[in-house]
Design a protein around this ligand. Sequence first.
Ligand SMILES: [Zn+2]
Length: 421
Amino acid sequence: MSSKKRTSLELFRLKKTLNTLADKEGRGTELVSLYVPYGKQISEVMNMLRDEYGTASNIKSTTTRKNVQEAIVKVQQRLKLFREAPENGLVIFCGAIPQNGAGSERIETYVIIPPEPIHIYLYRCDARFHTEHLQEMLREKETYGILLVDASGATLATLQGRRLEIVRELTSGVPGKTRAGGQSARRYERLREMKLNEYFTRVGQHANETFLPIENFKGLILGGPGPTKFDFEKGDYLNYMLKEKIIDTIDTAYVEEQGVKEVVEKAPEIMRKIRYIEEKKIMQQFLYEIGHDTGMVTYGEEEVRKALESGVVRTLLLSEGIDIVQVTVKCNSCGFEEKRTMKSQALTSFEQSLVGKSCPKCSAPALSIAEKQELIDNFAELAERTDTDVEIISGETEEGQMLKNSFGGIAAILRFKAQNT
Ligand SMILES: [Zn+2]
């Protein structure tokens, strides 16, 4: 299996875990987050935890005190299993999480080995888990370019995760639109055009030099006040490869650092847009294959499962939040087992319907749910075994809605034409 694909699924899993963890809340300030980077001595971390345990004895609320200390002990126990921090470091989340309202807290512990090295050493005890550093890391892989341009000057910047770097600031040297008295209007206009062209050429060169060599360059955001940016875009100043990578053109009030910050503020929105464009592309390919009856796609839970099991799926498409669970029903008397899938809302009533129901094999009323798994996880596992890309498609585009509503939220693009069986 190529490491790139393994990473994409790992990232998908990690993202899901982190989202779940980010939503968890403690009763009080009692959830522990610990980040240990590579090279940090475990013994040193253990000492720090011992101190924190001591400090926690000052906590007034008995429950909070007990929960914090219990969490610290659990973290110590987990940490002891490591002689040294792994190459990418190690993150532990631990704390008492209410399971079902107040008073139902249970200590939950999560040990995460990040897919890439973490560089911070952090201990936090808070009402929530501090997952943001890992979440940031997931975003950090891709770099965006920012180019602001107007008639007075230009600014080039890169944005990687949250790291913003102003690479270069240029002044245009282009004279203003109003000429001084005594000059010929036509001559002045010509001169200005020439200067503007020189300046655009200069900006284009710097942009090509700055952005083209960047690995994982995701796209260029063009900005600036007024229409100058469009003139620049239309002209032949940017390398065609860079031009193709323009993902958005936005208005900013400024062209200097302040303007860059304006872009960064809008960045999450822009990035969501990019993801939607990617999703649209994937879905359009799927719809093309369907429309042309090429036999290169399949959809629906059963069909896709079969295709996954026979290893012919290149890309697995799953609607975000399909919310279907697979349950294993087991007879506690004869061991009979059966898998069923259903919407997760239907789970409770299904579980109730098993009470007193007789087993299809031995007729004993001994059926119960032995295992539950979200279908998305179940399919992701199948995909992992067969080197399949997994794409989670949101419902934010028309195509995404179609996947959910017309194709049951589960579809696959195949490596080669499926045999009719
Ligand atoms: Zn039975």
